[in-house]
Design a binder for this molecule. Structure first.
Ligand code: GDP
Length: 492
């Protein structure tokens, strides 16, 4: 029998085509093995090279993760200067031999909202994989109860007793580079003695010496740093794709360049049982039976100067013009009765405000649609404002992002990282709603995005020889200027 060699149980879906490792305790993290029941099959497949890189990373994390012998040994060798007076002395500088024999770490530090955090964690994790560092995250109480542990038999949370919760007395990459001609000079940088612990924010503002992060001479120098503290709210993955020494790995890991966040995000972020309960109960009650699910993410960046009605008009014109939602039939109501099309469309609205969903619901209640389609409108929460230091609020944000990612069509707001996470998870090109900040309007109301990838807002502006470059998208294949921000680049 030719079938005798095939596997008895097909695990392809449950483990997302090998993206996820087997062997976790399912009951502690239901979403890990149930997500495939809610998500459509992904149009993208993880490459065998990506899968082997992830399995190797998991081994490294297990070996070097918190409270292992390797971790304890490394930590005792690293000394942070105790006061700023010692800042310029060299006694805390790391011995290269130590770097060669022990584990190295990248500590992710939070900035801004949950969308920003998730895209920057994904970028930092990819950087960790490429540089064989162990990713540890500074998750304070506001991040508690959101995600499952992504790595088996270990934790990614920076231990409570670690000195790396604080930035005080930690040298910054900027200050180190300021000593060597802003990082342009290769020879000087090579001779530089780097601290064992260093703080950095990989962004590429033209006046920032860190803007050479995408160059090999910088990556070579950074190898000497045992603990890198990265505080970024950005998806700096495009920088990594511009770095020559990473290109072999990245090209093999991601033959489909527009699916980096799609894979890394689904690999890392598994909603906790608490969040997963909310996601699945909402989905089962309101979205499961629909023929089509449409997700609207309405982010208002300047609520004081932007009336809800202006944004509502914009949203409606985007939806009607692109046939995402049907028009209301304004002719006599008797003609409606003839319509036999009763396709059910469920509209999921994610917003801090209740007005958009309420308006849509009222509109489709007052009049029948010209297509005969039936429209249901649902909104899981409306928090009114962005709250800080509040994990219950953050769980609601995660629930909204995840539910959006279960939709078949997405309209997200330009420049919102919250929306980036949703379409990245989904692996779908969204419609990008214009970012309105006044009582006005804009044509077109929305444009179709180029890829599901998040946009990196602070893209490199320099070549590695220091020459200014107008826009980097022109020199790299698969790299394009973002539709929603002229300075940004994204993978396509
Ligand atoms: P961005 O500012 O749009 O790039 O997205 P962030 O996620 O980084 O920050 C916005 C924060 O505001 C979110 O993390 C939430 O805390 C809150 N927020 C904004 N829009 C929504 C929404 O539609 N639903 C929920 N639950 N929270 C939201």
């Amino acid at each position: 029998d030719s079938n005798s060699t095939t596997h008895i149980e097909n695990h392809d879906d449950k483990f997302l085509d090998g993206l996820l490792a087997s062997g976790f305790d399912e009951s502690r993290c239901l979403s890990r093995y149930q997500s495939h029941l809610y998500r459509k099959a992904s149009p993208y497949k993880p490459s065998p090279y990506l899968i082997s890189k992830l399995r190797n990373y998991e081994q490294l994390h297990k070996k070097c993760g918190p409270n292992t012998r390797s971790y304890n040994r490394t930590m005792t060798k690293i000394i942070i200067p105790s006061s700023s007076k010692t800042h310029h002395h060299n006694h805390h500088h790391y011995n290269d031999n130590v770097a060669a024999t022990t584990c190295k770490y990248v500590v992710w530090s939070p900035a801004n909202g949950l969308g920003n955090r998730m895209i920057s964690i994904a970028a930092t994790f990819l950087y960790a994989v490429l540089t064989e560092r162990v990713l540890l995250v500074r998750f304070g109480p506001d991040m508690h109860g959101l995600f499952c542990e992504p790595f088996q038999e270990s934790t990614w949370i920076l231990p409570k007793n670690s000195p790396f919760w604080r930035n005080e007395n930690v040298e910054t990459y900027q200050s180190v580079l300021a000593k060597v001609d802003k990082g342009r000079n290769l020879t000087l940088l090579g001779q530089l003695s780097l601290p064992s612990v260093m703080f950095m924010n990989p962004q590429h503002r033209s006046d920032d010496p860190q803007s050479f992060f995408h160059c090999d001479h910088h990556q070579e120098a950074l190898k000497k740093v045992a603990v890198l503290i990265v505080e970024s709210d950005q998806y700096f993955v495009p920088s990594l794709f511009m770095t020559p020494s990473f290109s072999f790995d990245l090209n093999n890991m991601f033959p489909e360049k527009d699916a980096v966040f799609h894979h890394v995000g689904r690999y890392l972020f598994h909603p906790s049982n608490e969040a997963w309960g909310q996601i699945t109960r909402f989905y089962d009650a309101y979205l499961a039976k629909a023929d089509e699910r449409i997700g609207f993410q309405v982010r208002v960046f300047k609520p004081s100067s932007t009336p809800h009605q202006a944004i509502m008009n914009l949203l409606l014109s985007c939806a009607i013009e692109n046939k995402i939602l049907p028009k209301i039939d304004t002719r006599n109501s008797a003609s409606n009765a003839k319509n036999t099309n009763h396709t059910l469309k469920a509209v999921l609205v994610a917003s801090l405000y209740p007005e958009y969903a309420e308006n849509l619901r009222t509109m489709y209640l007052r009049g029948a649609t010209i297509t005969g389609e039936v429209i249901g409108v649902y909104q899981p929460s409306h928090e009114q404002e962005q709250k800080f230091n509040d994990n219950v609020h953050n769980i609601k944000a995660l629930v909204d992002m995840y539910l959006l990612s279960l939709c078949d069509v997405l309209v997200t707001t330009s420049l919102s990282t919250f929306g980036y996470v949703a379409h990245g998870f989904r692996g779908l090109k969204p419609w990008l709603l214009y970012r309105l900040t006044s009582n006005g309007t804009h044509f077109p109301a929305c444009v179709r995005d180029l890829s599901p990838e998040p946009c990196f807002h602070f893209a490199p502006q320099h070549q590695c020889n220091g020459k200014l470059k107008q826009h980097f998208s022109t020199s790299f294949p698969h790299m394009f200027q973002c539709k929603d921000y002229y300075r940004g680049v994204k993978l396509v």
